[in-house]
Design a protein around this ligand. Sequence first.
Ligand code: ADP
Length: 313
Amino acid sequence: MSIIQVKDLVKNYNGVEAVRGVSFDVHEGETFGFLGPNGAGKTTTINVLCTLLSPTSGTAFVNGFDCTQEPHKVRSSIGLVFQEVTLDNELTAYENLKFHCYLYNMERRTAEVRIDEILGVVGLDSRRNDYVKDFSGGMKRRLEVARGLLHRPKVLFLDEPTLGLDPQTRRQVWDFIGRLKETEGNTVFMTTHYMDEAEVCDRIAIIDKGRIIVCASPEELKSSLKGDTIYIRTADDEGAKREIRDRFGIEAKTLTDGLALLVEGGEKFIPRIFEELKTSIVSVNLKRPSLDDVFLHLTGREIRQTGNATRQA
Ligand code: ADP
């Protein structure tokens, strides 16, 4: 059963076409990722689904409610964790959660039980009476996710949940999000521009320039490439690219540093490159397909080359 249904969604901001007609369904209980570079239209889509923005055209339903016609019903059935930290630093973890319970009109006893439960889920029960200002970035994120889950939303929306965190903390947060499905059982809709992290999703929609270019499981996406990626750096990348085209009939993609070639049987191809390429080779690496390669293959660009780099962690 679909818990989110989006059809032909368009959003323009004064002439900027941020979302150009996206359609997708998210199944109940699924962890669904919206993956794309900065500026692709991820936040705009999530904001429409959370009723923070009205679409220019198209329809969006969450939990059976129309995001435009029934925003209050949508809001009471979702939890939202924004990109920015929105906790009150001057309150304790418990007080931050308690405040959220007031906002959602939760009955006092139910609220106390649920706060205890959710602090356990995010592993912060021993820190419940500590001030948020003393928390690390990862702990703050976990507390925000806990807050988003307090009222048992059917769908939890996470907008770039690991933005600004160091790599180790990012991994912890993603492991924890991966486990949420088992502990809480709700649908998770998340956005990210980190390819490796999208691996925790059951399905991923890759979005670029306001359009969904593919939607499938990480495994399906990777196996659709049918080959390995060879990364090669040479003394003259443009010359090598021409040579590879002429000699092997393969169109290499130009990266910030070197070239990428999609080939079947990569390990057999590498000796041929060393033998036959006239341009001198600096390094060669073979990689089994990753989601980075899927994006590169579909768009001809690296995800890191695109968009606004200043928003990357
Ligand atoms: P993402 O979340 O994938 O980084 P966004 O949805 O934030 O992408 O942005 C998509 C496009 O819409 C970008 O070109 C961005 O500059 C533009 N945009 C986003 N918000 C606004 C706004 N309030 N006014 C004008 N343009 C905007």
